[in-house]
Ligand binder design. Structure first.
Ligand code: ATP
Ligand code: MG
Ligand code: MG
Length: 349
């Protein structure tokens, strides 16, 4: 492998391209936005939509392997690519992770607990599902939600449900039981082409306004809980005959048991800390896996906290630059907007 095609040109694509460059691998980005974070560091870009047939064909021609930085790559596009170039992680991973209903069914098939759930395709479905959940739950769009967008919580049976289906856009929804969790963790794991699996230590995640705010490692969990997270990641990776990095989010219950929330078939925001606290980051690990190289070890040499720089947080950069043992990573986005991820910083401690 000498050239890796990457679908998606955001910060994750950018960091993958940076990791590839260090291993003398070339990258070509498929991304409709010309001025995207990844274009500044990749070797080449095809400026086109993710489902543009001619562009996909060109990407296949110019790449030895194609990967992606986001899970909403049209499955049809991935299946078309697969006919002429290896696509890793396998398209099946896209299929299960871009629809919350398919995702929960798949995770359960792997022997991993999730919140109880019900498909909601109408206001009547919603009423029935809410009734069966005691009037409490989280309503989510099945597709395209991120950073807590496309969600509505029902915290008490007294809450008004009127118009809730329409309010989320009248698209297929899922109602999940509301999990009373003690904390949230995620695990980043990688599987190589020979089936070898490497797990990073679970991170403890705190969200603000629905967006990941900090990831702290080590998480305040018992070894048995960490082990449960590793076993869950392994089960998911093996069942998909996966190659690349996956991120799996969990709720930790009071008794230390885990309930899986969702998975992402890609490098994950809650794994950014690995670039500062591990010798081989999640980005390099993903590149190694899809390029058919041996994985690096996942050992952590330092405790750390990764903090996202969102919107105006960008103004804290001068102070971070003067902070010892803090790795500042900016994404090259010109304008900051509320809720926009501008960069992150990992402070070792
Ligand atoms: P991401 O940006 O991580 O992809 P997302 O938009 O896909 O986020 P989720 O991860 O499903 O959304 O939910 C966002 C947050 O909302 C969770 O991290 C958790 O704090 C809360 N949440 C989601 N589902 C539930 C649930 N069933 N019970 C309790 N809290 C939940
Ligand atoms: Mg998500
Ligand atoms: Mg999430």
């Amino acid at each position: 492998v000498s050239t890796i095609g990457i679908i998606g040109g955001g910060q994750l694509g950018r960091m993958l391209a940076m990791a590839a460059a260090r291993l003398s691998l070339r990258t070509i980005i498929l991304e409709p936005q010309a001025d995207c974070p990844a274009a500044q560091v990749a070797n080449a870009q095809i400026v086109a939509a993710y489902d543009d047939l001619a562009a996909l064909d060109e990407l296949a021609q110019r790449s030895d392997v194609v990967t992606y930085e986001f899970e909403n790559v049209p499955v049809a596009a991935a299946e078309l690519l697969v006919r002429s170039v290896p696509v890793l992680p396998p398209p099946k991973a896209l299929e299960v992770s871009q629809d919350r209903l398919a995702e929960k069914r798949f995770i359960n098939e792997c022997g991993i607990a999730t919140a109880p759930f019900a498909a909601v395709d109408s206001q009547a479905d919603l009423e029935a599902a809410l009734d069966s959940f005691g009037g409490i739950g989280v309503l989510k769009t099945r597709r395209l939600g991120y950073d807590g967008k496309g969600q509505r919580m029902f915290r008490s049976p007294a809450e008004d449900r009127q118009g809730a289906f329409e309010a989320l856009g009248s698209v297929p929804l899922i109602l999940e039981g509301l999990i009373a969790f003690e904390r949230e963790i995620s695990i980043i794991a990688a599987r190589a082409q020979d089936g070898t699996i490497v797990c990073y230590d679970p991170a403890e995640n705190v969200h603000r306004n629905g967006i990941l705010h900090t990831s702290t490692v080590p998480a305040a969990i018992h070894e048995a809980t960490a082990d449960q997270a590793r076993r869950a990641a392994r089960a998911i990776l093996d069942r998909l005959d996966y190659v690349g990095v996956v991120g799996v989010e969990f709720f930790v219950l009071g008794d230390g048991q885990l309930v899986a929330n969702e998975m992402a078939p890609r490098v994950h925001n809650s794994g950014h800390w690995t670039e500062a606290a591990c010798v081989v980051s999640q980005f390099e690990q993903h590149i190694r896996a899809v390029a058919g190289l041996p994985l690096g070890d996942g050992r952590r040499h330092s405790d750390c906290v990764m903090q996202n720089l969102i919107g105006d947080d960008i103004e804290t950069v001068p102070a971070w630059l003067k902070t010892p043992d803090a790795l500042v990573h900016l994404y090259g986005k010109r304008e900051s907007r509320p809720g926009r991820k501008m960069g992150h910083v990992t402070a070792l401690r």
